[in-house]
Ligand binder design. Structure first.
Ligand code: SAH
Ligand code: SF4
Ligand code: F3S
Length: 434
């Protein structure tokens, strides 16, 4: 019987890291670790990091700095850095941060047990390989009752090389997982109580496992009894194939919400970003998607202040936002990332970029509120995810991914109910169960 030790994991970045953190907890679970929410009581602290913007990467170093007193008080404490900063910086992290014991890249963490052995012998360990085997096949099976919603990584890596982005370097080339294994993993999730699966990938709609497309995978998943909702993220406009658009029209379990990053509305900037499509092409694509599923809610990502962005370029982005009408969006000030082509270019003025970001976010907030207000009076499905803060209240996501609060004292987490939306608050909706 192995001794029980405690593991604290902090997750930064995207949903793929959330999924990976769960898998790492399982890999270390087989080594006798149970997870804890309290860093102070941990025997191992693992930071699952993000390298996408400078702020995200620097946060990791300041968090590591804050672990110093903990390590001083408990010299046996092991500290690990996983994820995209680990991949990008590797050994450099050990040099800069003597308190770090382990550095593991996002494609190598199924080797954590071997790395832990090295740590046990008092050594430090680094693994940033891209091994050919599927890391997920080398991890222990998941057991026990699960939350009603789950992530399932189906594709990793990216071959698109947008000029600003580190992902192709930190996650490597596009790799799709075997569809039979994904179907088995999805069935196992449903047996454990999962009712909604979100398929994940850096470019999820580039999925091409064996001869399956993402549309085929969605259709096959929809045939699983007990699985009620399917979502996927993040997609690239150039990989929105006809069969996937069609699936939005005729697969009832595919939810009417799509995150479709466009980054900019200026053709000049899109070209400089190496996005390989125009603003017009994006607008036409949106039309086709809405023709298939008229009530679909769209969200997007935007970068403002890309090198060379003029007022006219920024206006074009604002025009595109007005033309589409988004239900939500994430927007970021451009951050130069080491090793990317855009980092070679002269940055634009920081204050100008801040002002543009504020203007863009104000417009998006207006659109988000309008999209929420338009839901009032409508009947939607809501999957209860947790009890609300008020007694007898439940909180869940609507079909359109809005958080909805419902007074429903008898209900249980995991119930999928019909709700009439009654009011819209700044970041959520209220509804009454039908
Ligand atoms: N694969 C996805 C997004 C991955 S990163 C896609 O192609 O859309 C998530 C978002 O972070 C991106 O959509 C982009 O808006 C933002 N982002 C990526 N690199 C960035 C950078 N260097 N500076 C600012 N934002 C960036
Ligand atoms: Fe990054 Fe572009 Fe790939 Fe998205 S498509 S992960 S933004 S390189
Ligand atoms: Fe960040 Fe890596 Fe995800 S850089 S956004 S954690 S793929």
């Amino acid at each position: 019987m192995t001794e029980v030790k405690k593991l604290f994991i902090k997750t930064y970045g995207c949903q793929m890291n959330v999924y990976d953190s769960e898998r790492m907890a399982e890999a270390l679970g087989a080594e006798g670790y149970v997870t804890t929410e309290i860093a102070e009581e941990a025997d191992m602290v693992l930071l699952n990091t993000c390298h996408i913007r400078e702020k995200a990467a620097e946060k990791v170093y300041s968090d590591l700095g804050r672990l110093k007193p903990l390590k001083a008080a408990k010299p046996d404490l092991k500290i690990g850095v996983a994820g995209c900063v680990a991949q990008a910086e590797g050994e450099e992290i050990l040099r800069r941060m003597p308190l770090v014991d382990l550095v593991v890249g996002p494609q190598a963490y199924h080797r954590l047990p071997q790395m832990m052995e090295k740590l046990g012998e008092g050594q430090r360990a680094v693994d940033t390989d891209f091994p050919p085997e599927d890391k997920f096949d080398h991890l222990p099976q998941r057991k026990g009752r699960a939350a009603p919603t789950a992530f399932l990584t189906v594709q990793e890596g990216c071959d698109k090389f947008c000029a600003f982005c580190v992902v192709p370097y930190t996650r490597g080339a596009e790799v799709s997982r075997d569809p039979a294994r994904l179907m088995a993993e999805a069935r196992a999730l449903v047996e454990r109580g999962v009712r909604e699966i979100t398929l994940l990938g850096q470019n999820v709609n580039a999925y091409h496992g064996q001869d399956w497309t993402l549309a085929r995978l969605v259709r096959e998943l929809a045939a699983i009894d007990g699985l009620d909702r399917i979502r996927y993220t993040t997609s690239h406009p150039n990989d929105m194939s006809d069969d996937l658009i069609a699936a939005h029209g005729d697969v009832e379990k595919l939810m009417p919400y799509l995150h479709l990053p466009v980054q900019s509305g200026s053709d000049r900037i899109l070209k400089a970003m190496n996005r390989k499509h125009t603003a017009e092409a994006y607008l036409r694509l949106v039309e086709r998607i809405r023709a298939a599923r008229p009530d679909i809610l769209l969200s997007s990502d935007f970068i403002v202040g890309f090198p060379g962005e003029t007022d006219a370029d920024f206006d074009a982005t604002m025009d595109l936002i007005r033309a589409v009408g988004f239900g939500a969006a994430f927007s970021f000030k451009y951050s130069a990332r080491p090793g990317t082509p855009a980092a070679e270019k002269t940055p634009i003025d920081g204050e100008l970029a801040d002002a543009r970001l504020q203007a863009l976010q104000a417009l998006i907030t207006d659109q988000q509120r309008a999209a929420q207000a338009a839901m009032v009076g409508r009947e939607v499905g809501v999957l209860y995810e947790k009890p609300g803060r008020l007694p007898g209240q439940m909180v869940g996501k609507s079909d359109h991914l809005h958080a909805v609060h419902v007074a429903d004292p008898e209900a249980k987490v995991g119930e999928l109910v019909r709700v009439r939306i009654t009011a819209s608050a700044p970041n959520s909706l209220a509804g009454a169960r039908l």
